[in-house]
Design a protein around this ligand. Structure first.
Ligand SMILES: [Zn+2]
Length: 311
């Protein structure tokens, strides 16, 4: 326990020295306690056991959903953290396990995923199926948050600052939960060995370029990035792969003939009409179709035999 205290204090000083411009006195209101597996704590199917200053303490715990982790050939418990939240103690236990590296030659399905505002995601896959997650309700809720934030910012009192902070955290949790559900659905509704194709938004200014001026009241880049991270992580668990491609012209290019022209897309009516071959579709679908096609090209460039539909 004493060692854990040293480590925590040293780590906190290091973080301040590396990240902050000015020196800030570190405070330790809620010191976490690190527990090393098999030294400080252990866990069986029905008992949690932990070293304390008064010797070993054993306790029952809520074990629902824990069963599979006791297969120790597959899962390894890591260094746990004991935290106190609102008078209750929680132990956060990390679990690690190996996932077989997925190989490009195993890919059996490609999904293009376009992120946006009116549709949180539009997806297009190897079965030529389109899927959309409607973003209208989310957009509305964000606008509400934004309005309340502005009101609080104007007040500039200690209590308004506190409420502002709490509201920000609430909005974050809400957004993360949505991203969790969307990424989970995308992975679960596709087979193992899927190639997910996303736009690489790193170079795009704030990712807000994708958003109409009137909707730029909130930066969506953080939310897009969060969705991406969750998707990468969940795809990996499902032996799938995710690549990011250059987003240039994904909304102007005809997915059928490749003809690229700004006027292919009518932003007002949301209809895409190819000025060369006449192909017509909803414009939200076009981005996803183009990303899908770029995924197919990526496989071809990496000389993966044509197991995936190309049309
Ligand atoms: Zn065309």
């Amino acid at each position: 326990m004493a060692q854990s205290v040293f480590k925590t204090v040293i780590a906190r000083y290091k973080t301040i020295l590396e990240n902050e411009k000015e020196w800030i006195e570190p405070s330790f209101r809620k010191p976490p306690y690190d527990l090393v597996w098999h030294r400080d704590y252990s866990l069986t199917k029905d008992k949690f056991s932990v070293n304390t200053l008064n010797g070993r303490l054993k306790s029952d715990y809520y074990s629902e959903g824990m069963k599979k982790y006791f297969d120790h050939d597959t899962y390894k418990f890591g260094t746990a953290k004991l935290v106190n939240k609102q008078g209750k103690y929680f132990v956060h236990i990390p679990v690690t396990y190996d996932i077989p590296e997925s190989d490009l030659s195993d890919i059996c399905n490609v999904v293009g995923i376009d992120r946006g505002i009116n549709f949180l995601v539009a997806a297009y896959d190897s079965n030529h199926q389109s899927k959309f997650v409607n973003g209208k309700a989310i957009k509305q809720k964000r606008a509400n948050y934004s309005k309340r934030r502005k009101q609080l910012q104007m007040r500039k009192t200690p209590s308004s600052r506190r409420r502002l902070k709490a509201m920000g955290q609430r909005e974050n949790r809400w957004m993360q939960d949505i991203n969790h559900q969307v990424s989970k659905a995308l992975v679960e509704n596709n087979p193992k060995h899927t190639l997910f194709v996303l736009e690489d938004l790193t170079g795009v200014r704030n990712a807000t370029e994708k958003v109409r001026t009137k909707d730029r009241y909130v930066s969506v880049s953080w939310s897009f990035y969060d969705l991406e991270q969750k998707l990468i992580y969940k795809a990996k668990q499902n032996e799938s792969t995710l690549i990011k491609v250059n987003p240039a012209y994904t909304s102007q290019c005809c997915p059928k003939c490749g003809h690229t022209e700004k006027s292919n897309r009518n932003k007002k009516t949301h209809v895409f009409t190819c000025q060369s071959c006449g192909y017509q579709s909803n414009d939200d679908r076009i981005g996803a179709m183009n990303l899908y096609r770029m995924g197919i090209n990526y496989l071809a460039d990496n000389q993966v035999p044509g197991t995936v539909a190309t049309e």
